[in-house]
Design a protein around this ligand. Structure first.
Ligand code: AMP
Ligand code: ZN
Length: 433
């Protein structure tokens, strides 16, 4: 059984709880003394660092949400001198403003350590050639897997996204053994390889895939294995907690959340009460050692549960089940977060469009497609086909710039889309995942 950091990963649970308490106490004391944001939030909740006397006291602390980052855009939550920052990443937010995440060198090291442990738990090590086909750039996927891969000593290919035939050539020529990308993109690669006459099982050394950034299922895992001979592992993370970090192990039964790095809670999204293992609720994570933008009781918005019982792999950190939906209306299109509110925000920048819009999401092939229907204002109606086509293209470009993902736009006549008396149902998701 291989571990990256055996002592920590197999630490007895009571020792792990003690360590978590010590880290939480240090974190809360530091933030109460040095950050106006956390000081105010804790005062409002009526809790002081002295009230934290065990890890279970974490429930006394206030929650954080994505809106805290948005409201403090771009760097109001940074808790270290700016000269100590070594990197920013940016993710899509709930409205026009994105979420900015900042890192110190220690933050990058901790994130990489976590990815390294996770890769080893997926069976990826020094002898592997790891092709990273997540986006390199503001998205955390590419660089996150890259640094973790180098840390375990694998040979990393920073292939990034797109150019699928070239990806297959790289897999063959550079003898790739492991790949990291979204599950839908991997299924697309299997199709492209078949068209090129390449059988992953017979013609390549590819045996492991580390797939995440969007929802997928065990049925997809079985399909991938049957079609390619590749064992697919699930990886989860969000930019706010650093990026992709936690994977399932050789048991393929839940993702281990490295306990010395992050503390996991599942809460009732309505009451905020902590729920016991086995019960489904909103995933809430405290990153115990983050420096630049610490996240305490961060409500991630994904629904899952903590898996009961010990894992046969010997790791003692808790495991979370596959993510089973969101508490908010966030869509994930080709691995990118898309909030309907952000679409509305981008559409309304165009004075000829209204706030009456509908989003339809399809998955006809392996990849997602999004159609946005939006009503024109009466004075924007024109008989000129050229005028309409130009407006459509302009709106598609504006959405792509705002969301980082492409959508088809359908311009609709005034009063043609459904109206809702209660909460508007703006999204029709046709995908069967
Ligand atoms: P981002 O902050 O852009 O990295 O997006 C993080 C979000 O992507 C998470 O909160 C999840 O909703 C989604 N996500 C990431 N990994 C997975 C996964 N393995 N399964 C399902 N959803 C995921
Ligand atoms: Zn395990």
């Amino acid at each position: 059984m291989a571990y990256y950091n055996e002592k920590i990963e197999t630490m007895p649970k009571d020792e792990l709880s003690k360590l978590q308490y010590q880290e939480l106490k240090k974190l809360v004391t530091r933030l109460y003394d040095s950050s106006a944001f956390y000081h105010k939030k804790m005062d409002e909740t009526g809790v002081k660092p002295a009230d934290i006397t065990s890890i279970t006291d974490i429930t006394k602390l206030p929650f954080m949400k994505k809106t805290d980052l948005r409201d403090n855009y771009p760097d109001g939550l940074v808790c270290v001198p700016h000269e100590d920052l070594v990197r920013y990443h940016v993710s899509s937010g709930t409205t026009g403003k994105p979420t900015v995440v900042a890192y110190t060198q220690n933050d990058i090291d901790l994130w990489s350590e976590c990815v390294a442990r996770s890769l080893v738990s997926c069976g990826v090590g020094k002898k592997d050639v790891l092709q990273v086909c997540y986006g390199y750039g503001l998205f955390t996927g590419g660089l996150g897997l890259h640094y973790g891969g180098e840390k375990v000593g694998a040979t990393v290919i920073p292939a990034s996204t797109g150019n699928s035939e070239r990806q297959i050539e790289l897999i063959q020529d550079l003898k790739t053994t492991a790949i990291a990308c979204t599950p839908s993109y991997f299924i697309h690669l299997i199709d492209v390889a078949k068209r090129m006459g390449v059988d992953f099982n017979k013609d390549t050394l590819l045996r492991t895939a580390v797939l995440g950034a969007e929802p997928w299922t065990d049925a997809m895992r079985r399909y991938i294995y049957a079609e390619s001979g590749v064992t697919a592992h699930n990886i989860f993370g969000t930019s706010e907690i650093s990026g992709p970090m936690f994977t399932d192990c050789s048991e393929l039964n839940g993702m281990h959340i490295c306990g010395d790095i992050a503390y996991t809670e599942i809460i009732d999204p309505k009451t905020g009460e902590q729920l016991p293992p086995g019960e489904k609720g909103e995933l809430t994570i405290t990153v115990l050692k983050k420096e630049a933008i610490p996240m305490i009781r961060y409500r991630i918005g994904d629904i899952t549960s903590i898996i009961e019982g010990d894992c046969a792999c010997g790791r003692t950190s808790p495991r979370i089940d596959r993510l089973q939906g969101r508490v908010d209306d966030m869509l994930i299109i080709r691995g990118i977060n898309v909030f309907p509110s952000a679409i509305e925000h981008a559409l309304l920048k165009n004075p000829y469009l209204t706030s009456h819009f509908m989003i339809e999401v399809f998955r006809t092939g392996p990849l997602d497609d999004m159609l946005v229907k939006v009503e024109l204002k009466p004075d924007a109606m024109t008989d000129s086909i050229n005028g309409l086509m130009e407006m459509q293209m302009r709106t598609e470009r504006a959405l792509r710039d705002a969301l980082n993902v492409s959508a088809k736009i359908e311009l609709c006549p005034p009063n043609s889309l459904p109206r809702f008396e209660g909460k508007a149902k703006r999204v029709i998701d046709h995908r069967v995942i």
